[in-house]
Design a protein around this ligand. Structure first.
Ligand code: UT7
Length: 335
């Protein structure tokens, strides 16, 4: 049997309308626009409405991705949802999305790899397509981080925003060919970035609430160092797996967590002009696993990717998890 190669044939994104600016945060915690801009590169972020959830934001991004791919929900045979802010612990957000999309009784499952989730989900989609197990996989990365951020903790609340991204992966030889993927993890560092409450170790109780255990907790500067090292090394490994050199990269699409992290990774790609490192951090903040997909979708929508271009995606997050992916735009099929 002739194995089909996996391709991203359409992408989409969704950002809630409500904007939370640095000036708004100055009124909420002891911070300043100057500190946030110079330490992170973030100027504003989007916040979902109280009654707007991860599944619904995922639906918006998915519909755009399916429209761009020229398919409908009936063509899908699998839905993968990456999120660390699911609507519920169970049932999965993927099942809720299957219903919202009217996708039929297809395979649907959630993937939890924190900020690296989009790339982890892509690797599973690629394996499903290339093994012949599935023919059309919807990947959605969606986050309502505002539901787990403590807006009294200045060290985290200035960083995160809500949003979602999606792509359709199939064996059609068009769009972005998924050339290589490299994934990794290090659970020994799990304590540095976590939400301790709500699971079976610390089920919700008055005590867990009193101890703020249902919010994101992060040792920022420790996470920073690991993020730079891991994204650098996995980018390098992924390029070599694809048979490419650093100078072959036309676009770098990194996880959008901190401008200084992005600049540190960019140092490796000395030939790449700054404008070829695609950034949406300034306007959306850190949207966790949605961030790489949001940036990719925006880059494609602006028609900035040309045929034959090589794109390098790279991400890092809680777990720790990290991963990179090389994509190449096929000839005559610019998305
Ligand atoms: O997406 C998953 C992966 N996440 C990341 O990759 C995030 C990685 N970490 C970071 O981006 C950065 O570490 C942060 C932006 C979170 C923090 O930047 P930093 O340069 O590492 O600052 P720091 O934590 O070392 O804190 C420096 C100072 C401290 O004050 P003192 O102790 O020096 O007096 C903090 O209390 O900045 C203070 N600070 C703030 N000041 C004003 C921390 N947050 C704020 C704030 N406004 N919002």
């Amino acid at each position: 049997m002739l194995r089909k190669k996996a391709h991203i044939i359409g992408t989409g994104k969704y950002l809630p309308k409500k904007v939370l600016t640095n000036a708004d945060l100055e009124k909420m915690v002891d911070t300043s626009d100057e500190w946030i801009r110079t330490r992170t590169g973030i100027e504003e972020r989007r916040i979902a409405e109280k009654d707007e959830f991860t599944s619904q934001m995922g639906k918006m991004a998915a519909e755009e991705a399916m429209k761009n791919a020229g398919i409908s929900a009936g063509d899908l045979d699998c839905i993968l949802v990456s999120t660390l802010t699911p609507d519920y612990i169970f049932p999965s957000t993927a099942c809720l999305l299957q219903d919202l999309l009217g996708a039929g009784n297809i395979t649907a499952l959630d993937i939890q790899a924190a900020c690296t989730g989009y790339i982890y989900a892509l690797s599973i989609a690629k394996a499903l397509i290339e093994s012949g197990e599935k023919s059309c996989v919807l990947v959605v990365a969606s986050e309502k981080l505002s539901s787990i951020v403590n807006y009294e903790d200045r060290s985290t609340c200035v960083l995160f925003g809500d949003g979602s991204s999606a792509c359709v992966v199939s064996g059609d030889p068009k769009g972005l060919s998924i050339k290589s993927l490299c994934l990794g993890s290090d659970g020994a560092q799990s304590h540095l970035l976590k939400m301790p409450g709500g699971g079976c170790r610390n089920p919700a109780s008055p005590e867990t609430l009193a101890q703020n255990m249902h919010y994101v907790q992060m040792a920022g500067s420790e996470v920073f160092k690991h993020a730079v090292l891991r994204m650098e090394s996995s980018s390098k490994e992924c390029l070599s797996k694809a048979g490419l050199r650093e100078e072959d990269v036309n676009w770098l699409v990194p996880h959008q967590a901190n401008m200084r992290i992005i600049h540190a990774i960019a140092k490796r790609f000395t030939h790449l002009p700054k404008e070829r490192i695609y950034q949406v951090l300034r306007k959306y903040g850190n949207t966790s696993c949605a961030s790489v997909g949001i940036a990719l979708s925006e880059l494609l929508a602006k028609e900035l990717v040309e045929e034959g271009n090589h794109l390098l995606l790279t991400a890092f997050g809680a777990g720790f998890t990290w991963g990179s992916c090389v994509l190449t735009m096929e000839k005559d099929t610019v998305l």
